[in-house]
Design a protein around this ligand. Structure first.
Ligand code: ADP
Length: 245
């Protein structure tokens, strides 16, 4: 079953098509990666899917509902969320404080309706759940800027999980990570994909080919290949252009 779908999605900057007539249905529960060289349109495609940029043409469907015109917060509330290439955490705050903000933001009105005590317990339980989900229990009182880059990325994903997404789009979560942390992040993403639909933009080909169930290839804003990792690796045009083989 498709949970997120781009139909003839495109955007032009002046006369330049950064994303050009892309149609793809993301299957529920599937870990799909989007690859392509710098400038292929991967981040712009994410921006269109999540509403950070309005499309010039086409539409986006979430659970068969046309969400193209909905504001970003409405899409997040429906269960569609993302991370960014640039790390987005509150550097001076501890891991718990960061996660608490994410949880309280989601609760909005229901939070205010709860008594102070009940509300506090509910938030703290959720923060504990997130701490565990992102494997940062040992760092609960550590300010974000005192952690390694990899742990900060895990925290950032934790902030996204705070809104209880069904679809999580990750934009280069391994950029700037060393080999060890890349491996840890790869395992973490696989774990997330056990319960969530994950769409990943990533340059680490070995990781993409190892953990993805499906790989989409963009070139000059167009979708030029779509298949299982083994198929994509054997696709001669893709090999030549992207894998350097
Ligand atoms: P990728 O993520 O694959 O590296 P991007 O989506 O960042 O590629 O960019 C695709 C192309 O669109 C690039 O040529 C980039 O310069 C251009 N582009 C992206 N955003 C804008 C913008 N806001 N205005 C003009 N050009 C843009």
């Amino acid at each position: 079953m498709s949970i997120l779908e781009a139909r003839n999605l495109g955007v032009k900057f002046g006369s330049f098509s950064a994303v050009d007539d892309v149609s793809v249905a993301f299957e529920k529960g599937c870990l799909t990666s989007v690859i392509g060289p710098n400038g292929a349109g991967k981040t712009t495609f994410f921006n269109l899917l999540t509403g950070f940029h309005p499309p010039s043409s086409g539409s986006v469907f979430f659970k068969d509902e046309d969400i193209t015109q909905l504001p970003i917060h409405a899409k997040v509330q429906m269960g569609l969320t993302r991370t960014f290439q640039v790390l987005n955490v509150f550097d001076q705050l501890t891991v718990m404080e960061n996660l608490r903000i994410a949880v309280q933001r989601l609760r909005g009105n229901p939070w205010r309706m709860l008594s102070r005590e009940e509300g506090f317990t509910a938030v703290e339980e959720e923060v504990e759940r997130l701490l565990e989900a992102v494997h940062l229990k040992d760092f609960r009182s550590t300010p974000a800027d005192e952690m390694s880059h990899g742990h900060r990325r895990q925290l950032e994903i934790g902030l996204s999980l705070g809104v209880n997404p069904e679809v999580l789009l990750l934009d280069e979560p391994m950029s700037g990570l060393g080999m060890y942390e890349t491996g840890r992040m790869s395992d973490f993403i696989e774990e997330l994909a056990e319960t969530l639909t994950v769409v990943l933009v990533e340059h680490h080909m070995s990781v993409v080919m190892k953990i993805s169930q499906r790989v989409l290839v963009l070139q000059n804003g167009r979708l030029i290949a779509d298949g299982a990792p083994a198929e994509i690796q054997q696709n001669s045009a893709v090999r030549e252009a992207y894998l350097g083989k």
